[in-house]
Design a protein around this ligand. Structure first.
Ligand code: ARG
Length: 587
């Protein structure tokens, strides 16, 4: 489907061309003043500037052409030469019907024939998840769904942090505890037991202890460093232990992400590119791109135009261990080889922006990313009321389970307050509370621009009034229930008609779905979809308040209105799905 604004731009463009101006001047957008007109075209002002002519006179000439076009019901010139345009109700109705019979529901095809690798999640093996990982999951999941809907071939990768110092810390802590001595015999090369010597619960206890020991005692830190370097160098017992850590953690992480409804195509990690690191480093050295600096091997990435200091990317520390810049670089090589993407998007905390700048520069300098574009889509932090990154009540670890439980409890209270889901079986009520709780968190996270920080406030997020997830879920449930009743009455549904101001506004909004999805993709900004969904729910409410639907006695009119209800519901459900929000069957 061609978006309505594109169709109008083409028509206005032809008018400009007929008057000897560039067709691009005919660009038409939704009006800034919806009280005056549906659309506007500002091209006459630009044309006048270039031709040193009077903009109103040019607008008059363009208007003559447009007035002859039966698509428009109104062409007016305003102020210095803005052209205001309205489209006929019949044309709106016709395009709304076309949208209703489009399986893609007006989604743009910006990604046709293109492939995207999206890197998000980034949790670390054995280390607790923090709010940054939660935001990465919510924002990254929405972006992966949006790009897919827009026709991109998308591959998402959780990119586990599984190759850093925390691995050496765990290994040396296990050594100290004497838990699994068979892995520490330097002369042995296995085989090692299939069964992990530690469980997830053990790791949750061992990691903080290991980390504290390394902070308190430089000798312990040195041991952990050495263990990390030996692990990376291939010491058999350490590799075997590492494998157990990863398997045990992956199992737990998969469950946590699943509880949030987030899935990844690939569960690769930093270590997955271990075999690419040595050849990459040899190549970078051979081409004179890598050099020694203070005992470390680095790629300088500073550029003359830099306003801030840009440190080199460290490839190898003096002990030979790699950092995650090294694995990020090797991962680019891996992705180009195995996926050949047009684009790689990293959805990671904005505080890592400098890191990605270093990695991208190094990659481009060495030509590692080929034709693939590289971009960091950063995000701010979710803060507690104290203004610091959110922690759970106990102060520490953020467990998605706990967070979801908190949100579910709060949502349950809200449902009761509203008298919703009251007489449903307890099991269904609990399921609804969970769906509403998760929607509260996701919508609150996505509705601000991703770069903004925001404050975690469950009592605000779970409200049924205002711009919240529950409000939108309720709006969708209400339309579902209208349509269910209509079905029970065997009322027919038909192509929508557009006659009243409310129908007109709803139709115009539905027809702008394409632009909302395009805009959200271009800016990597799910908040644009949140605004769209919220406006849609509000416009529907206005329509619903002013029109009889079930009680309409004219069967044809009723069918047309039911058709508009059905398209609104499909559109709202689809946009909520792009935000990762589920709609309960009833509430
Ligand atoms: N694991 C890192 C963390 O928890 C994030 C890694 C970012 N790099 C990446 N390619 N995703 O902070």
């Amino acid at each position: 489907m061609i978006p309505l604004t594109a169709e109008l731009s083409a028509r206005a463009g032809r008018a400009f061309a007929a008057e000897g101006f560039a067709a691009e001047l005919g660009s038409v957008q939704a009006s800034d003043r919806p009280d005056l007109a549906q659309f506007q075209c500002n091209g006459a002002l630009a044309a006048a500037k270039a031709a040193k002519a009077n903009p109103r006179a040019i607008a008059e000439k363009i208007a003559v052409h447009l007035k002859a076009d039966p698509l428009f019901s109104k062409i007016e010139i305003a102020g210095p030469g803005f052209i205001n345009l309205d489209v006929t109700d019949a044309a709106l109705a016709q395009r709304v019907s076309a949208m209703a019979s489009d399986a893609r529901l007006g989604a743009p095809e910006t990604g046709k024939g293109k492939k995207l690798v999206i890197d998000f999640g980034g949790p670390n093996v054995a280390k607790p998840m923090h709010v940054g990982h939660l935001r990465s999951a919510i924002i990254g999941d929405s972006l992966q769904k949006l790009f897919r809907a827009n026709g991109w071939d998308v591959v998402s990768d959780v990119h586990l942090g599984d190759w850093g110092l925390q691995m050496g810390q765990l290994i040396s802590e296990i050594d100290h505890r004497g838990i699994a001595p068979e892995y520490f015999d330097a002369n042995s090369s296995g085989p090692y037991p299939e069964q992990s010597p530690v469980t997830m619960d053990d790791l949750e206890d061992i990691y903080p202890a290991a980390s504290a020991a390394c902070k308190a005692d430089p000798a312990r830190l040195e041991e952990a460093r050495l263990a990390t370097a030996e692990l990376q160098a291939g010491r058999a017992g350490y590799r075997a232990l590492w494998k157990h850590f990863v398997t045990v953690s992956e199992y737990g992480l998969t469950r946590e992400y699943a509880s949030l409804g987030v899935r990844f195509d690939l569960w690769k990690g930093e270590a997955a590119v271990d075999h690419l690191i040595a050849p990459m480093i040899d190549d970078l050295k051979a081409r004179g791109l890598a050099e020694m600096s203070e005992g470390a091997l680095v790629i300088p990435v500073a550029e003359p135009a830099d306003k801030k200091e840009m440190p080199p990317l460290i490839l190898l520390k003096s002990d030979g261990a790699v950092l995650y810049g090294t694995t990020d670089l090797a991962t680019i090589i891996d992705r180009v080889q195995t996926q050949n993407p047009d684009f790689i998007l990293y959805v990671v905390d904005q505080r890592q922006h400098g890191h990605f700048e270093q990695v991208f520069r190094a990659s481009k300098k060495a030509g590692l990313n080929g034709h693939a574009g590289l971009e960091h889509a950063g995000f701010g932090t979710m803060n507690g009321i104290d203004g610091k990154p959110f922690k759970t009540r106990e102060g520490g670890v953020l467990k998605l389970y706990d967070l979801i439980a908190m949100a579910t409890e709060e949502a349950g209270k809200r449902l009761a307050e509203q008298g919703l889901a009251e007489e449903y079986p307890a099991e269904e009520r609990a399921a609804i509370a969970k769906i509403v709780g998760i929607a509260s968190i996701k919508f609150a996270d996505l509705s601000n621009h991703r770069i903004s920080n925001y404050i975690f406030d469950l009592s605000r997020f779970t409200r049924f009034e205002g711009k919240t997830g529950p409000y939108l879920q309720y709006a969708a449930v209400r339309i579902q229930s209208i349509l269910r009743k209509a079905e029970a009455e065997r009322y027919a549904s038909a192509a929508p008609v557009v006659r009243s101001p409310e129908e007109r506004r709803l139709a115009l909004l539905l027809l702008s779905t394409t632009e909302a999805m395009e805009g959200a993709e271009f800016k990597r900004a799910p908040n644009i979809l949140c605004d769209f969904a919220f406006t849609l729910a509000q416009e529907f409410s206005r329509f619903y308040a002013e029109h009889h639907i079930m009680s309409e006695s004219d069967a044809e009119l009723r069918a047309a209105r039911l058709g508009l209800c059905a398209l609104t519901l499909r559109t709202l459900s689809k946009v909520l799905d792009l935000l990762g929000i589920e709609i309960p069957a009833r509430m």
